[in-house]
Design a protein around this ligand. Structure first.
Ligand code: PLP
Length: 393
């Protein structure tokens, strides 16, 4: 047996395990200190009551002979795919339910979707971005090029004739920078992908945070059905990080060398995946009910308020930042020329505030730092108080 040698090329530990190690080591030495965690992009509010109620009902159904469910459709139950279809329709996007695939989250789909593409394909990834795109492609041995997301281009790289690739990743609103593409900008990407016979993997995990007229789905853009796959998730929308549910949209029009990506994905999922639990899918469908929608919007408003507090704190400290508007992340420039990890250590040691070093998201992230609005209000307020005391000039 020969192992997959490509694994030698991925960094040994994942960014968040490094952070956890540092925090644990600090706490072991300073057990009396209270650490405020604004690092990992995990939610803190509980599931909405409508979701819980639907899940309870589903549990009861599973306990009765007449309503018990065994294996479900691998692609997801029709009731959930129809709810997702209606959610897109409300934004003017027409999808067939056959194009919607329910999964246990966007992270799995990000990795699994690569089954559809030959390893010889070249890949274009923004730098900085969610590290899973890079790692999953390195594991598969694909060649990766990077497009530069910098302060100068508002962290929104645009197509470049000198940087062509077969698979293009876009993440909007972006993790970690919080930058979101407009429809006009996405149209340029769609035209570029079509002209180059490329496919766009569009990660819309944070679409629910869009508050201005930035795109929430790439399918709002004309032509996108010919070149894009969209990955989305209930994690940030409805607090499903621990419950696990997401979905991927693969349009019928995606046919390359006579092969339909939609049919291939169906084949892949029916072969390697046995679907998301009925109980979880019932909970996910409740997100789209009137009560669910209202409760979820209240939760999102809570996180948005946290983002505003952090942004105001940065303003007071005179620290440049982006994000926080269409995104739960504040992406800030480390003060006094500190590197990302130097700033991480500084905040941890001086005020016990934990964020995420920007360098963990790519080379261009060096010198930047990500704070999340997903904490509790109390944690956010206390962290802002401590940051002001330390960083305000
Ligand atoms: N995509 C992006 C950009 C993310 O930041 C995350 C999680 O933080 C995910 C996908 C993963 O989402 P899920 O919880 O659905 O796996």
């Amino acid at each position: 047996m020969k192992p997959n040698y490509n694994y030698k090329n991925v960094a040994e530990t994942y960014l968040f395990s490094n952070i956890a190690k540092k925090v644990n080591a600090y706490l072991a030495e300073n057990p009396e200190k209270s650490v405020l965690r604004l690092g990992i992009g995990d939610v803190t509010l509980p599931l909405a009551p409508a979701v819980i109620e639907a899940m309870h009902e589903a549990v009861d159904e599973m306990g009765k002979k007449e309503t018990f469910k065994g294996y479900g459709p691998e692609q997801g139950y029709a009731f959930l795919r129809e709810s997702i279809q209606a959610y897109y329709a409300r934004r003017g996007v027409t999808l067939s339910t056959d194009e919607i695939f329910v999964s246990d989250g966007a992270k799995s789909d990000c990795g699994n979707i690569l089954d559809l593409f030959g390893t010889e394909n070249s890949v274009l990834v923004p730098d900085p971005v969610y590290p899973v795109y890079v790692d999953t492609n390195v594991m598969a041995g694909r060649k990766i090029s990077y497009m530069q997301a910098t302060k100068e281009n508002g962290f929104l790289p645009m197509p470049d004739e000198a940087l062509k690739a077969d698979i293009i990743y876009l993440c909007s609103p972006n993790n970690p920078t919080g930058a979101a593409y407009s429809k006009a900008q996405l149209k340029e990407w769609v035209d570029f992908a079509i002209a180059n016979n490329a496919v766009i993997l569009y990660d819309a995990a944070y679409e629910c945070f869009v508050t201005d007229d930035a795109a929430r789905s790439i399918f709002e853009v004309e032509g996108a059905r010919k070149c894009a796959i969209e990955l989305c998730s209930f994690s940030k929308t409805a607090g499903f990080t621990g419950t696990r549910c997401g979905y991927t949209v693969v349009p019928e029009e995606l046919v390359f060398d006579g092969m339909s990506l939609r049919k291939m994905w169906l084949r892949r999922q029916t072969t390697k995946f046995n679907g998301v639990s009925y109980i979880v899918q019932k909970g996910a469908a409740a997100v789209f009910t009137e009560a669910g929608e209202k409760q979820i919007q209240d939760n999102l408003a809570y996180y948005r308020e946290n983002a505003k507090l952090i942004a105001a704190c940065m303003d007071e400290c005179g620290i440049a930042y982006t994000g926080g508007k269409n995104s739960p992340y504040i992406w800030l420039q480390c003060p006094s020329g500190m590197t990302s990890w130097e700033f991480f250590d500084y905040l941890l040691k001086e005020i016990q505030v934990v964020g995420t070093p920007g360098s963990g998201f790519g080379r261009n992230g060096e010198g930047f730092f990500r704070l999340t609005a997903f904490g509790s209000r109390e944690t956010t307020i206390e962290a802002c108080k401590r940051m002001k005391a330390l960083l305000k000039k």
